[in-house]
Design a protein around this ligand. Structure first.
Ligand SMILES: CCCC[C@H](NC(=O)[C@H](Cc1ccccc1)NC(=O)N1CCOCC1)C(=O)N[C@@H](CC1CCCCC1)C(O)(O)C(F)(F)C(=O)NC
Length: 330
C-alpha cells in the first residue's frame, strides 16, 4: 500500500499541519509532521486546562481501541526552547489512508507556552529515527517505522509549498510532483536526524562555493539555518540586509530584491534554488517594509538546518530503505 496526506501551511509557512485520525470512532487532529524529532504526541483530555487554548484534543476514554501503557511516560524539549511531556497510550492511527493498528500515542499532560499559543497545532508526528523517541522505559516507534514494512517502498516524500497546500506521501514517489531528476545523497542517522552534507552553495548568480557543513532536513523547522559565515555572506549581498539584535536575527527589505540562494546536492552538480522571495520571510512587527530573514545563522546548534524555507523549494525523498535523501526541483 501507499498513502498520501495533504498538508496545509500556517501563516508565513511557519509550520505545516496535516490531519491524522486517532482512535475508534476516529478523532481527527491536525499535527505538525516533523522530520527533526521522533515523538508522536498530541494535546489530550489529560492536558492541563491552562495549557490548552483552542487546540483539538484526543480523548482516549472516548476511543474503544485505546489502551493505556501503564508506567510509560515521555518528555521532550526542542531546539526553539519549547517542550512537552505526559503519558502513553496505544491506539489505531490513520494517516493519508494508511492505518497502524497499534501506534504509541503520547498524550500531553503539560506543554510549554509556545505550544499553548500555537492554537491550530494539535501535536507532532515525528518522522526522524525511532532511536531518539523519548518514551520511558522503552522507546516507541514512529508512525513511519510502524508502517514502513507494509509500504510498496520504504520511503516518504515531503512536497511543501509556499502559501498553499502540499503533500506528504508514503511508500511511493510521485513522478508528477517534480521536474528533472531526483539527486540522492547519503544520510547519516547516527544522531537520529536525516543528516546530510550539501556539496556547496551559491548566492544569486555568484560563483558556486564548495564549502559545506553537516545539515539536517527538518520539516519541523521554519527557516534555513546556515553557518554564520554563509549567512553573513548572503546578507552582504542584500541592499538593506543587516543583523538586527532587536529582531533577534538578520532582517532585510520585504520588497523582493533579495538574491536567490542555491545549494548543491551530491557532486553531480545538482542544485536546488531557494527563491529570494522566500528569504524575505515575514514582516517584522514594527513595519510592513522590513522582513525577518528566512536565512539565519546556525550558531550554537552544531549543524545547519534545512527547514521549510528550503524544503518548500524542493521535492524531497526521505529514503529509509537506502539511508539517503533525494532532492529534486519542482
Ligand atoms: C534550533 C533550531 C530549530 C528551531 C525549530 N523551531 C522552529 O523553527 C519554530 C517552529 C514553530 C512554528 C510555529 C509555532 C511555534 C514554533 N519556528 C521558529 O522558531 N520561528 C522563529 C523565527 O521565525 C520563524 C518561526 C525547532 O525547534 N523544531 C523542532 C520541532 C518544532 C518544535 C516547536 C513546535 C513546532 C515543531 C524540531 O523537532 O524540528 C527540531 F529538530 F528542531 C528539534 O528540536 N528536535 C529535537
Amino acid at each position: 500500500p501507499t498513502g498520501s496526506a495533504e498538508t496545509k501551511p500556517e501563516e508565513n509557512d511557519v509550520e505545516y499541519l496535516t490531519p491524522v485520525s486517532i482512535g475508534t470512532p476516529p478523532q481527527v487532529l491536525n499535527l505538525d509532521f516533523d522530520t527533526g524529532s521522533s515523538d508522536f504526541w498530541v494535546f489530550s483530555s489529560e492536558t492541563s486546562k491552562s495549557d490548552v487554548n483552542g487546540q483539538t484534543v484526543y480523548d482516549p476514554d472516548k476511543s474503544s481501541t485505546a489502551k493505556e501503557m501503564e508506567g510509560y511516560s515521555w518528555q521532550i524539549s526542542y531546539g526553539d526552547g519549547s517542550y512537552s511531556s505526559g503519558d502513553v497510550y496505544t491506539d489505531t492511527v490513520t494517516v493519508g489512508g494508511l492505518t497502524v493498528p497499534s501506534q504509541a500515542v503520547e498524550v500531553a499532560r503539560r506543554v510549554s507556552d509556545a505550544f499553548t499559543a500555537d492554537t491550530n497545532n494539535d501535536g507532532l508526528l515525528g518522522l526522524a529515527s525511532s532511536a531518539i523517541n523519548t518514551v520511558d522505559p522503552v522507546a516507541q516507534k514512529t508512525f513511519f517505522d510502524n508502517v514502513k514494512s507494509d509500504l510498496d517502498a520504504p520511503v516518504f516524500t515531503a512536497d511543501l509549498k509556499a502559501g498553499t497546500p502540499g503533500y506528504y506521501n508514503f511508500g511511493f514517489i510521485d513522478p508528477n510532483a517534480y521536474t528533472g531528476n531526483i539527486t540522492y545523497t547519503p544520510v547519516d542517522d547516527s544522531q537520529g536526524f536525516w543528516a546530510w552534507t550539501p556539496s556547496g552553495y551559491a548566492i544569486g548568480s555568484g560563483q558556486f562555493k564548495n564549502t559545506s557543513s553537516l545539515s539536517i532536513a527538518d520539516t519541523g523547522a521554519s527557516l534555513l539555518l546556515l553557518p554564520s559565515s554563509v549567512a553573513k555572506a548572503y546578507y552582504a549581498r542584500v541592499a538593506g540586509g543587516h543583523y538586527d539584535s532587536t529582531a533577534g536575527g538578520y532582517t532585510l527589505p520585504c520588497n523582493g530584491s533579495a538574491p536567490d540562494f542555491s545549494f548543491g546536492v551530491a557532486d553531480a552538480g545538482a542544485r536546488i534554488t531557494v527563491p529570494g522571495k522566500y528569504i524575505a520571510y515575514a514582516p517584522t512587527t514594527s513595519s510592513g517594509t522590513i522582513c525577518f530573514g528566512g536565512i539565519q545563522s546556525d550558531e550554537g546548534i552544531g549543524f545547519s538546518i534545512y527547514g521549510d524555507v528550503a524544503l518548500k523549494a524542493a521535492f524531497v525523498v526521505f529514503d529509509a530503505g537506502n539511508q539517503q535523501l533525494g532532492w529534486a526541483a519542482k
